[in-house]
Design a protein around this ligand. Structure first.
Ligand SMILES: *Cc1c(COP(=O)(O)O)cnc(C)c1O
Length: 391
C-alpha cells in the first residue's frame, strides 16, 4: 500500500520536532548536531530570535496580499539585494527551481525582445543540478532524474566541466546563455575556479551571451562572502537564489541587470505566493543577520577551522576519506565506501550530514556555527570514521 505521503524520498528514520542554533531535537529529546541545515536552508540556524521576531510580527499584521498590489517588503528586500550585488532588479518566488525557471525564461525573452528568438539555447555543465521542474531538469541534464518524464525540454546543451574546446564548439547562433553553479551542490561540491568563471564571463561577452549563476545553494553567505561570485572579480547577468535567503521560510529570487531583464515587461511572468509579506519579512531579517558586523568574517574563520580539521581527518583516515573539497561552510567529503553508509554512520553519532553526487558527503552547517560546534562535529566525524574502519 502506498504511503500517505508520496514515496519519492529515501528518508532517514528520524523526526525532528524542534531546534536551536546548530542543534535539532527529536520528540524524546535526543540532540543532533545539524551540519545539513535543511540542505543549506537554515542559514541562521534554528529558532534565531531575530527571525522569529520578524516572522511573528508580520504574522500579526498581514500574511498575504497578492502581487496585484504594492509590496513594501519586496521593495525593501530588492533594494538591499541590489545594493549588495551586481543586480538592478529582483523577482521573488518560492523555491530554487522556480527561480531557475525564470532565469531561463528571462534569458530567452531578452533575445526574443531584440528580435532574436532563435537564440534560446542554454549551455549547462555536467554534474549540474538546477531543480526538479521540467525545464530545470533539462538544464541539469541528469539522466536518472529525466527518465520516464517524457521528452526532455528542448534548448539545453550540456558540456563537460572544464572542457573549453567542447564548450566553444557548443556555442552557436542558437545560444542565449551559459548557466552554472559557482560551487556545485548536489553534483558533489565541485567548486569552479575563479579563473574558469572569468573565462566564462569573457566567452559570454565575446559571443553576446548572458551569464547565469545558480547561487541557490552557494549564495547568501555560504562561502564567506554574501555571494560566491564575489570571490571571482566578475559578475553574472542573471543570478538565482533561494535556500539560505529564507532561513527556512520558502523564498527564492532572481537577480538581474537591467539589460538582461529587458524583455520582462508587465504580464510576462508572475507568481501567486512569490515574495509574500511573511517571506520577505524573513528574507529581510536574514539579511540583517548575514550582513551584520563581522558575520561573514566569522563564517570565513569557522570555514577555515572546518577545512583544517577535515584535512587532518583525511590524513588520519585514508581508507575512509578519499578527498576533501568545497568552499567556505559548504564542504564535501568524498568517501571511499558508499557516501550513504557514511551519512548513516554519522547519524548514529548524532551528526546530520547530507549525501551528494560523485559519492560525496556534504557538510552545510548553519552560518551561525561556533568554533565549539565545529570541534564537536569534527570529533563526531572522527568517531564516524573509526566506526566505518571497524566494519
Ligand atoms: C536546491 C537547488 C535547486 C532547486 O531548488 P528547489 O528549492 O529544491 O526547487 C536548484 N539549484 C541548486 C544549485 C540547488 O542547490
Amino acid at each position: 500500500m502506498i504511503s500517505p505521503v508520496l514515496p519519492t524520498y529515501a528518508r532517514a528514520p528520524v523526526a525532528f520536532v524542534r531546534g536551536v542554533g546548530a542543534r535539532s531535537y527529536t520528540e524524546d529529546g535526543t540532540e543532533f548536531l545539524d551540519f545539513g541545515a535543511g540542505v543549506a536552508v537554515n542559514s541562521c540556524g534554528h529558532a534565531h530570535p531575530h527571525l522569529i521576531a520578524a516572522l511573528t510580527e508580520q504574522a500579526g499584521k498581514i500574511w498575504h496580499t497578492s502581487n496585484l498590489y504594492q509590496m513594501p517588503g519586496q521593495i525593501k528586500l530588492a533594494e538591499r539585494l541590489i545594493a549588495a550585488t551586481f543586480a538592478d532588479t529582483v523577482f521573488f518566488c518560492n523555491s530554487g527551481s522556480e527561480a531557475n525557471e525564470l532565469a531561463i525564461k528571462m534569458a530567452r525573452k531578452h533575445f526574443a525582445a531584440l528580435g532574436k528568438s532563435e537564440k534560446f539555447h542554454i549551455i549547462t555543465f555536467e554534474g549540474a543540478f538546477h531543480g526538479r521542474t521540467l525545464a530545470t531538469l533539462a538544464a541539469g541534464g541528469q539522466q536518472k532524474y529525466l527518465e520516464g518524464f517524457g521528452p526532455k525540454v528542448v534548448g539545453f546543451d550540456q558540456v563537460a566541466f572544464g572542457d573549453h574546446k567542447a564548450l566553444e564548439a557548443a556555442i552557436g547562433p542558437q545560444t542565449a546563455a551559459l548557466m552554472i553553479e559557482p560551487v556545485q551542490g548536489e553534483g558533489g561540491l565541485r567548486s569552479v575556479p575563479p579563473e574558469e568563471l572569468r573565462y566564462l564571463r569573457g566567452l559570454c561577452d565575446k559571443h553576446d551571451l548572458l551569464l547565469i549563476f545558480d547561487e541557490i545553494q552557494c549564495g547568501v553567505g555560504r562561502t564567506g562572502k554574501l555571494f560566491a561570485y564575489e570571490w571571482t572579480g566578475v559578475a553574472p547577468d542573471i543570478m538565482s537564489i533561494a535556500k539560505g535567503i529564507g532561513g527556512g521560510f520558502p523564498l527564492g529570487a532572481v537577480l538581474a541587470t537591467e539589460n538582461a531583464a529587458s524583455g520582462m515587461v508587465a504580464g510576462t511572468h508572475g507568481s501567486t505566493f512569490g515574495g509574500n509579506p511573511l517571506a520577505t519579512a524573513v528574507g529581510n531579517a536574514v539579511l540583517d543577520v548575514v550582513l551584520g558586523d563581522g558575520f561573514l568574517a566569522n563564517v570565513q574563520l569557522q570555514a577555515l577551522k572546518l577545512k583544517q580539521g577535515l584535512a587532518r581527518l583525511k590524513d588520519l583516515h585514508p581508507t575512509v576519506i578519499e578527498d576533501i573539497r568545497g568552499e567556505g561552510l559548504m564542504m564535501g567529503i568524498k568517501t571511499r565506501g558508499l557516501n550513504t553508509d557514511f551519512v548513516k554512520a554519522a547519524l548514529a553519532e548524532k551528526l546530520l550530514v547530507i549525501g551528494a553526487g560523485d559519492n560525496v558527503v556534504r557538510l552545510l552547517p548553519p552560518l551561525i556555527v561556533t568554533e565549539a560546534d565545529i570541534n564537536e562535529a569534527l570529533s563526531k566525524l572522527e568517531a564516524t570514521c573509526n566506526a566505518l574502519e571497524k566494519k
